[in-house]
Design a protein around this ligand. Structure first.
Ligand code: SF4
Length: 367
């Protein structure tokens, strides 16, 4: 089989066709962040691979129908590349709350052992075409009835406890649409984390825009949020303004001030940011920002753009494998030199790593 990090770049760029579309755990469609994915496992690495995007329908990669144990094989233009498998459907998906809400509408499995939820499924940035982040589908899963608008702290605690006990979930990601108000979602993440931690010992990542008051970082941490994600998405101001006109009104300088204030609270390597490669930023721009982030102790989680169906970017090309390699290869060297590694993160997207080949590059560099 070709080197794993290059195969992951290939699969995340081209997507895959599934001989049996029902294979594996139900894929994420819509929602906040990258979507239209399905988790597959290559060796001991689980990655999210696009299956519902336009490129995926024409992908040279085909995954055969799995056998009864979830084992399958992957082919490129008919040539067998080796075995893959699918994570099992989690058992907590079979449960419902007392008020009749399926657990799977409250939180879902990401990768192989991450519980993920969008605490608030609406967003001030998603109200109009002129303000919405063009890559985001936070309203689609809500409109389709696959989730509920507001997950209460009690619901999240109930589902998290079950997911740990029934499925061995190792950490949790809580993201949120941005509500009106100056805390930018920090308040609902704080109350949610407090309830979850009272119910179960589970490392949690909170993800939100920088709140207007840095005092929120200590409140979030004290409530049980172990790691914090504040996501730049794009790094060049012209790209930010074009792709996410609402969110770009928060200047990069505010993000960097917030990073500098958050790292002493959460710890070096426990604050991270998502950077979506393929939106128009050059590799030099992404690596330049990453250099500044690493100097602050912030982990730059660079992932390939997934052009989600139904969003304004659905016809936008995904970044090529060569483009991803031109960023992830030098970035992994920078991260290793700074000893700021995905494996040292306590919770969240950096630790999961399934949306990017970055953590595999880090391990390769260590070999
Ligand atoms: S990297 Fe983050 S968004 Fe991607 S599968 Fe893992 S937890 Fe989910």
């Amino acid at each position: 089989m070709i080197q794993t990090e290059h195969l992951i770049n290939e699969l995340q760029s081209h997507g895959v066709r599934l001989a049996d579309p029902r294979a594996g755990v139900a894929s994420r469609r819509g929602g906040a962040g990258p979507s239209d994915h399905k988790a597959i496992t290559i060796g001991d690495t689980t990655v999210m691979v696009p299956v519902h995007t336009a490129p995926a329908f024409e992908s040279p990669y085909l995954v055969e129908a799995p056998d009864e144990t979830g084992q399958s094989r992957i082919r490129r233009n008919g040539v067998d590349l080796g075995p893959i498998s699918f994570p099992k459907r989690p058992r907590f998906y079979d449960l419902t709350t007392e008020d009749g809400t399926p657990y799977s509408k409250i939180a879902v499995l990401h990768g192989k052992d991450v519980l993920a939820t969008t605490v608030l499924q609406t967003c001030i940035r998603y109200q109009s075409r002129t303000k919405t982040c063009q890559f985001c589908a936070i309203g689609q899963s809500l409109a389709a009835g696959r989730t509920i608008e507001r997950k209460t702290p009690a619901q999240l605690a109930e589902v998290a406890k079950a997911a740990v006990e029934l499925d061995g979930i190792k950490h949790m990601v809580m993201t949120t649409g941005t509500p009106p108000g100056n805390d930018r979602g920090a308040a609902i993440l704080t109350e949610s984390a407090r309830a979850i931690k009272a119910a179960v010992d589970l490392p949690i990542q909170g993800q939100c825009e920088p709140p207007d008051d840095d005092a929120w970082f200590a409140r979030m941490h004290d409530a049980g949020i172990d790691t914090l994600g504040m996501h730049l998405e794009a790094v060049t101001q012209s790209v930010r303004t074009r792709i996410m006109p609402g969110k770009a009104s928060v200047p990069l300088s505010r993000y960097f001030d917030a990073f500098a204030a958050a790292v002493p609270v959460f710890g070096r390597g426990q604050v991270s940011t998502y950077i979506l490669a393929g939106l128009g930023d050059t590799p030099e721009a992404i690596l330049g920002i990453s250099d500044r982030l690493i100097a602050l102790g912030v982990y730059p989680f660079v992932v390939p753009l997934v052009p989600i169906s139904g969003t304004p970017l659905e016809s936008h090309p995904a970044p090529t494998p060569a483009f991803m390699d031109s960023i992830l290869s030098p970035l992994s060297d920078m991260l290793r030199a700074a000893n700021l590694l995905a494996g040292d993160s306590k919770a969240g997207c950096g630790k999961c790593g399934a949306c990017s080949a970055l953590s595999i590059y880090e391990k390769r560099a260590a070999a």
